[in-house]
Design a binder for this molecule. Structure first.
Ligand code: UP5
Ligand code: MG
Length: 190
């Protein structure tokens, strides 16, 4: 794979743990480009792509979309951004995502932010978000939690074994979480 040297931070954590919220803060302070895999997939549905219906059905069931689809969207967004540092939010979600991304792009993450939050708190946040997401209903939320525990936590364990995970208590208020996040990015910025 041919690409300029890029810095990538994976931003992981359960549904509603605050990944998108904190990424917006990081972008503002540190000049990263925020790539939410979920947002890219939802945009793909809206664009009327031929994969749209398949993606929509998988999101409704809380299932993980085939990695070739997600990786293609991420690669395109990286190329189109003109930036060289990225927050990849909500990806990789399983071992296959992780291995495929590394082999297709050759990119290894600088570190992995892990927003650790109780299910009780995540459920409360998702049910009061009110942004019209088709997966913010209690049935789909339960499926998302199950997939997170079974498929996504092992990815975090993998990076933890490489010393790459920065675990953050994400049950705290937004501002307090960001104070902790800021301390991790400050040493990396010029
Ligand atoms: N909020 C945030 N932080 C708070 C705090 N500290 N205290 C109090 N409230 C806080 O936050 C959620 C809500 O909580 C908001 O209202 C916020 O104000 C409040 P948000 O920042 O949106 O949390 P986030 O972790 O981003 O939650 P999200 O629902 O986006 O996480 P998911 O991981 O579930 O969703 P995502 O969009 O990544 O994926 C959706 C689906 O797409 C997946 O289930 C899957 O089907 C599919 N998908 C793939 O198949 N492959 C991928 O690679 C990615 C997604
Ligand atoms: Mg999000």
């Amino acid at each position: 794979p041919s690409h300029k040297k890029v810095t990538v931070v994976f931003v992981l954590g359960g549904p509603g743990s605050g990944k998108g919220t904190q990424c917006a803060n990081i972008v503002e302070h540190f000049g990263y480009t925020h790539l939410s895999a979920g947002d890219l997939l939802r945009a793909e549905i809206k664009s009327g792509s031929e994969n749209g219906t398949m993606i929509q059905n998988m999101i409704k069931e809380g299932k993980i979309v085939p990695s070739e689809v997600t990786i293609r969207l991420l690669q395109r967004a990286i190329q189109e951004s003109g930036n060289d540092k990225f927050l990849i939010d909500g990806f990789p979600r399983n071992e296959e995502n992780r291995a495929a991304f590394e082999s297709v792009t050759g990119i290894v993450p600088e570190f992995v932010l892990f927003f650790d939050c109780s299910e009780e708190e995540m459920e409360r946040r998702l049910l009061s978000r009110n942004q019209g997401r088709e997966d913010d209903n209690i049935d789909t939320i339960r499926k998302r939690f199950k997939v997170f525990l079974e498929s996504s936590l092992p990815v975090i364990d993998y990076y933890d074994s490489k010393g790459k995970v920065r675990k953050i208590d994400a049950t705290k208020p937004i501002e307090e979480v960001f104070e902790t996040v800021k301390a991790l990015f400050t040493p990396l910025s010029d």
